[in-house]
Design a protein around this ligand. Structure first.
Ligand SMILES: Nc1ncnc2c1ncn2[C@@H]1O[C@H](COP(=O)(O)OP(=O)(O)OP(=O)(O)O)[C@@H](O)[C@H]1O
Ligand SMILES: [Mg+2]
Length: 399
């Protein structure tokens, strides 16, 4: 397993529980993954170094968690050396690595998405012209990977223009409607969609404040229209996979469709080329069959009934200026506590080392039940100055 977040801790947990898996290594991992998976240091962006580590540990399957190594071609380096790898090639990961490329593929494939304009860095006159012709709110996205800081959605024409100036950007029409995430595992055997989930991107309750990497999630979505997942596969995933095939850059791995359910139907907000964090923690909590069978496409997944809710605990100051090094206390090794930015000190304390510190995930008969258990678990963990949202999953209660 390559990566270090709560998503990786969730994946490691599922791999460690898989009867076909004898041992797990997580590079670099965190204080939580270390209980289940041997920690190893590696430069995640260096395909040669990752392949050398895979060789050293005799890896039979390498799962690449984050987007940056995928876009850097780490999965190619692994497959070139003969290691079975879950994660798309660098060419296919461009669906996440370049917003302009993703739009080009969607248009070619006839996938429903917001109208968009690609503006080259420095072409300020065109940027101003494109924005002037659109109504507010304005959506301006930096073309490349930006670790969650590349997108503004704003009513201010000045802010939108400032965000775009000097960058290669995609300007988009605004999509109005609830957002959902649908993950699909794409293998040679075909497309397998997972349970739909909803992320909570803004830092504060009621979706107030700036965007974050994600403050919580729940799955599945009791209010989702019937047939949503089948419609997403038919209208979005299948045509996109076919178009990538046609281009000679087949997509194999996890295709994450970020969607808005608008009055005009399903519209793609974005693609990612890997499992999403924090939705993965909720979705995998409901997986009742071996993860490797899902990733390798050898058997369809089985799901537990009920719901799962994930709540993220963030460091003080996150997202703008997280203060790290706070000491965590409580049941840090309890089932459902999934570490992200944590590390164990020489003295044996667990301290925060990232803006999103950990997440707690609980399952229940419905969203209300799972929410109750997740918040009970979180209440037993303390981090001085740490903060979390209190309304994760509320939309799924009494839908
Ligand atoms: N066209 C749009 N209309 C309305 N809101 C949008 C639009 N595009 C993006 N957004 C909002 O901005 C958020 C971030 O945009 P996007 O998902 O493209 O960026 P990202 O940085 O790649 O996100 P992630 O970290 O999830 O990969 C979306 O989740 C959505 O809330
Ligand atoms: Mg993205």
């Amino acid at each position: 397993m390559l990566g270090t977040g709560a998503r990786e801790h969730a994946l490691v947990t599922a791999l460690a529980a898989d009867p076909d898996v004898s041992s797990v290594v997580c590079a670099p991992g965190n204080a939580g993954t270390a209980a289940l998976a041997e920690p190893r240091e590696v430069d995640q962006l260096d395909g040669g170094a990752v392949a050398a580590l895979a060789e050293d540990v005799g890896a039979e399957l390498v799962v690449v968690g984050p987007e940056a190594p995928l876009v850097a071609g780490v999965a190619d380096a692994l497959r070139d050396k003969g290691f079975p790898t879950f994660g798309p090639s660098g060419a296919a990961a461009r669906l996440e690595g370049s917003k302009a490329f993703a739009k080009e593929v969607m248009v070619a494939a006839g996938v429903p998405t917001a109208g968009s304009w690609h503006v080259a860095a420095g072409d300020d006159a065109r940027l101003e012209q494109v924005l002037a012709d659109l109504p507010a709110p304005y959506v301006v996205k930096h073309d490349g990977l930006a670790a969650g800081k590349g997108v503004v959605v704003t009513d201010s024409l000045r802010e939108a223009t400032e965000h775009g100036r000097g960058h290669d950007v995609v300007v988009e029409e605004y999509l109005d409607g609830p957002e959902v995430s649908v993950f699909a595992v794409v293998t040679d055997a075909g497309i397998t969609p997972l349970l739909p989930a909803q992320d909570h991107k803004r830092v504060g309750d009621g979706d107030a404040g700036p965007n974050t990497g994600g403050m919580g999630a729940y799955a599945p979505l009791p209010w989702a229209p019937p047939g949503l997942v089948d419609d997403v596969v038919a209208q979005v995933v299948r045509p996109t996979v076919a178009e990538m095939e046609r281009r000679g850059t087949p997509f194999r791995g996890l295709l994450y469709a970020g969607l808005a359910l608008t009055a005009a139907g399903i519209q793609v907000v974005e693609f990612n080329a890997r499992f999403g964090d924090p939705e993965t923690q909720a979705v995998l909590a409901l997986l009742d069959s071996p993860l490797t069978q899902l990733l390798l496409g050898t058997a369809p997944p089985r799901w537990r009934s009920g719901s799962a809710v994930t709540v993220v605990l963030a460091a003080p100051g996150y997202p703008a200026a997280p203060q790290l090094g706070g000491v965590l206390t409580g049941p840090l090794d309890a089932p459902g506590v999934l570490h992200a930015g944590t590390r164990r000190t020489g003295a044996g304390e667990v301290v925060s080392s990232g803006g999103r510190v950990l997440s707690v995930t609980a399952t229940g008969t419905d969203v209300a039940d799972a929410r109750g258990s997740a918040y009970d678990l979180l209440a037993r963990i303390s981090l001085p100055g740490g903060h979390h949202r209190t309304d994760i999953g509320l939309r799924g209660v009494n839908p």
